[in-house]
Design a protein around this ligand. Structure first.
Ligand SMILES: Cc1cc2nc3c(=O)[nH]c(=O)nc-3n(C[C@H](O)[C@H](O)[C@H](O)COP(=O)(O)O)c2cc1C
Length: 186
């Protein structure tokens, strides 16, 4: 059975990162399932200007945060890892304090307890002491803070290219594809 990647979408700015990641995963034939929070839906509608339901064209399943009995809530389910993209400071705090009070937080908590890859594409600026402490806690617990900080050394010509290059870094990190924009020196 081919194992599935979980993708969490929260209400941080940067829904476009999630949209591009889902498109790339489909292109690469990597099965994905999505958990989207209520704030995530709101920000998606605002920033993408398309209904969040289009996610269903890219992911095998889409769960709401209330669906606490869904498979991602259990350590016995067969996901190999999870990317939360974009990840709000609220969700970061929930994970850092083990709250598990919605499906997305529970799924992230499960990844940490099962020692599976958990990437948080955090987005906020500036960062306060609490945000930084929470990131350190997640790192200590085995999660990976993967900030939404696209590089400019690839000389992107458009917003889409900038986002695509950043998504390639995630796919490269997860060993899902090689990075066509890998640095080869000046
Ligand atoms: C348009 C918009 C942009 C937002 N951007 C951010 C952001 O970049 N980072 C962040 O931590 N929260 C941001 N927020 C606030 C979160 O959506 C809010 O804290 C929410 O409760 C997070 O819930 P969730 O983690 O369950 O999705 C934004 C909210 C809106 C409406």
């Amino acid at each position: 059975m081919e194992k599935t990647l979980l993708v969490g979408i929260t209400g941080a700015s940067g829904a476009i990162y999630a949209f591009f990641l889902l498109q790339k995963l489909k292109e690469l034939q990597v099965p994905s399932e999505v958990i989207i929070t209520s704030a995530g839906k709101m920000v998606w509608q605002h920033e993408i200007e398309k209904p969040w339901e289009i996610i269903k064209d890219y992911a095998l399943k889409v769960y709401q945060e209330e669906e606490i009995s869904a498979p991602p809530a259990s350590g016995s389910s067969e996901y190999w890892g999870m990317v939360i993209i974009p990840c709000s400071m609220g969700t970061l705090a929930g994970l850092a304090t083990g709250q598990a009070r919605n499906l997305l937080l529970r799924a992230g908590d499960v990844m940490l307890k099962e020692r599976k890859p958990l990437l948080l594409v955090v987005r906020e600026t500036p960062l306060n002491y609490i945000h930084l402490q929470n990131m350190l806690t997640i790192t200590t617990a085995g999660g990976i803070i993967f900030p939404a900080m696209p590089g400019f050394y690839t000389k992107p010509k458009s917003l889409e290219e900038l986002v695509e290059n950043f998504v390639h870094r995630i796919l490269q990190f997860l060993n899902l594809s090689s990075n066509p924009k890998a640095w080869r020196g000046l």
